[in-house]
Design a protein around this ligand. Structure first.
Ligand code: BGC
Length: 499
């Protein structure tokens, strides 16, 4: 099993060392993996609503979209169109599973490099796509890039970062996701009026991939990965460089000890799924990602332009609206970076769920009243109000379930099963993103505004889950999590009784 600084006892918080330029640079370069992920999330929705793209690949959807009497809620309902968005996540699930083994065997650096190469190839294939096969093939390659990247980058950052700034750097990954989404919506806005604009949008994915590829030549392999693979001396050398001090024996010994402990566990998956004490973090960490997706966030991220068009906005107006919501997303994430260690995780999770629930109820009610089956919304105010509501909704996500869906799973597991547990969270993210990507447009067609009420109910459930089942993890040393939190929790403590 892969093990790392992320797996070191929190005694590590008092380990000597500086926050060096090397660490900051390596983390920023690796976090460009988030930029790739974000670019892709942001580009798909805009492209699938572009007329030229639809004409080239989905002429029947184009025709349906422009039929005056077409049911408003069903204009974009097409399994193949949805497969264009979601195929990537299906590939991502397999890739992240493979990556969880490969990065143990070969180290983090080559996997991050491969992630950028897959992504680059996917972008090139998509740029030159002539038929649906090439298009979906490109998406699958992108999916491999995302799967490799999402499994490895957060782990890499956690391993290389000094413990005291690990949380902040972790959320920087999410920040780059949101910047990627914002950049993509801006690109879509620029290319939407160009002939073959979709080619530039999809081909633009090559930019973050190239940045990551070039950058990855300059990053260090993590000390943990080196030591884990028996390269102790090299591990020490990197430790000296990234900590900026000579005396790294203490940290080296911690990593060595962590490696030895975890190497005793022959099958981390078996350990994770069969040992009772692992049940609470497994359930909570994986559910967090399930709920993160069932906030409905990717309905907005993938399909906001389609949604705005469904309400009768023009092509351009709908893409501008998307740039606005994505700008709010990035700004609100900055707020999370600053506040999450002060106000705590639970506060944000409950507040965020409440905010999202209230806005979804209102959007659902507005659509119910004003968006009839055929014809545009007659009121001019309604699309604007919906835009404002979506911004409030997105900010609620951006400072709560967005970053915390990634952060909390990285801090609640016992040493031996931490990376495997983290894989479960990544996989849950990919599965649920696939489901939302694949079925949202069909669900919108069938359930119409009811869909927003469904997500509102999900937000109530996740808020209650956060209140009753999640322990507050802020400021708790990682290795004390079981003692200080799980064993004292009204429900989860029973999993520890036999001890
Ligand atoms: C989620 C993505 C989402 C993005 C929005 C991420 O944390 O995993 O699915 O699109 O946040 O900012």
């Amino acid at each position: 099993m892969a093990v790392g600084v992320m797996d070191i006892e929190e005694g590590a918080a008092s380990l000597p060392g500086k926050t060096t330029f090397q660490v900051v640079m390596c983390s920023i370069i690796a976090a460009v993996g988030g930029l790739m992920f974000g670019y892709d999330i942001g580009i798909s929705g805009g492209v699938t609503s572009m007329d030229t793209f639809l004409l080239d690949f989905f002429p029947h959807v184009y025709e349906k979209k422009h039929r005056v009497h077409e049911n408003n809620y069903c204009k974009f309902d097409d399994q193949l169109l949805q497969l264009f968005t979601s195929s990537l996540y299906l590939a991502g699930i397999f890739a992240s599973f493979a990556a969880s083994f490969l990065c143990r065997r070969f180290g983090r650096k080559p996997i991050i490099m491969s992630a950028s190469i897959f992504f680059l190839l996917g972008a090139i294939l998509n740029y030159f796509a002539r038929d649906l096969g090439m298009l979906i093939g490109g998406r699958i390659l992108l999916g491999f890039g995302i799967g490799f990247g999402n499994q490895t980058v957060p782990l890499f950052i956690s391993e290389i970062a000094p413990p005291r700034i690990r949380g902040g750097l972790n959320i920087a990954f999410q920040l780059l996701i949101t910047i990627g989404i914002l950049a993509a919506s801006f690109v879509n806005y620029l290319t939407s009026t160009m002939k073959n604009g979709w080619r530039y949008s999809l081909g633009g994915a090559a930019v973050p991939a190239l940045i990551l590829l070039i950058g990855s030549f300059f990053i260090h392999e993590t000390p943990a990965s080196l030591i884990e693979r028996g390269k102790d001396e090299e591990g020490k050398k990197v430790l000296r460089k990234i900590r900026g001090i000579d005396n790294i024996e203490l940290e080296f010994n911690e990593i060595k000890r962590a490696t030895e402990t975890s190497n005793k566990v022959k099958s981390p998956f078996k350990e994770l799924f069969t040992k009772r004490e692992n049940r609470p973090p497994l359930v909570c960490g994986t559910l967090l990602q399930f709920f993160q997706q069932f906030t409905g966030i990717n309905v907005v991220m993938f399909y906001a332009p389609v949604l705005f068009q469904t309400m009768g906005s023009g092509n351009n107006a709908s893409l501008v609206s998307t740039v606005v919501t994505n700008g709010v997303n990035a700004l609100a994430t900055v707020f999370a970076v600053i506040m999450v260690d002060r106000l705590g995780r639970k506060f944000f999770l409950v507040e965020g769920a409440t905010q999202m629930m209230a806005t979804q109820l209102t959007i659902g009610a507005l659509l119910l009243k004003y968006l009839h089956l055929v014809g545009p919304i007659t009121s001019h105010a309604v699309p604007l109000i919906v835009l404002i509501l979506i911004c409030i909704y997105v900010s609620g996500f951006a400072w709560s379930w967005g970053p915390l869906g990634w952060l909390i799973p990285s801090e609640i597991y016992q040493l031996e099963v931490r990376t495997t547990g983290y894989f479960c969270a990544v996989a849950m993210n990919m599965v649920c993103t696939f489901v939302i990507g694949q079925f949202f447009l069909s669900a919108l067609c069938r359930f119409r505004s009811g869909l927003f009420f469904f997500f509102a109910v999900m937000n109530v459930i996740m808020g209650l889950f956060a209140i009753f089942f999640l322990p507050e993890t802020r400021g708790v040393p990682i290795e004390d999590m079981a003692e200080q939190r799980w064993k004292k929790h009204w429900h989860w403590k029973k999993y520890f009784k036999q001890n």
